[in-house]
Ligand binder design. Sequence first.
Ligand SMILES: [Ca+2]
Ligand SMILES: [Ca+2]
Ligand SMILES: [Ca+2]
Length: 176
Amino acid sequence: MEVIENDSDSENIYMNVEDVQKTPNQNETYSNNLNTTIEIPASCPRGWTRFLSSCYRVSSSLKSWVESRQDCNTTGADLVIINSREEQEFVSGLGKDLWIGLTDIEQEGQWKWVDNTFLESGYWMNNEPNSGGYPFGDEDCAQVVSFSPTISNWNDFQCSRGLYGLCEQKIRCTTQ
Ligand SMILES: [Ca+2]
Ligand SMILES: [Ca+2]
Ligand SMILES: [Ca+2]
């Protein structure tokens, strides 16, 4: 287990991804079945980018999967969990090689998200995950690969390698 110091400068270790992905609407309107309308203001912290019901931030330094996850955790977020094709397309659109919140480090071949749910279906590249393949082996952390097609760009990679991490934080809905 790798340990890093808590980074008191954690506000500054991220770069803004807004230049990569513009959020079309600052506010979304939801209707409930009583036909009343609830306005939910975009509530991403400054420097985070909103997509659907989450806020995202790409780390600004290359770190191992565990360190990248810890960076997310210090801001109350975690590495991204890709729940839908829309989210997969959003992540791909960032155009970077990024750690995502998926690992088979506990049991080889059993891919688990950082919320402890098992992966149902993924967007792996051809012939991935291969855990490195002989004679390399031991690739237990998942990344998106920027040069690959949008819907088949996951690769398992050595967890100790340095990549940017993509943090995700669900928007906390408040109604007044
Ligand atoms: Ca998600
Ligand atoms: Ca593996
Ligand atoms: Ca691989």
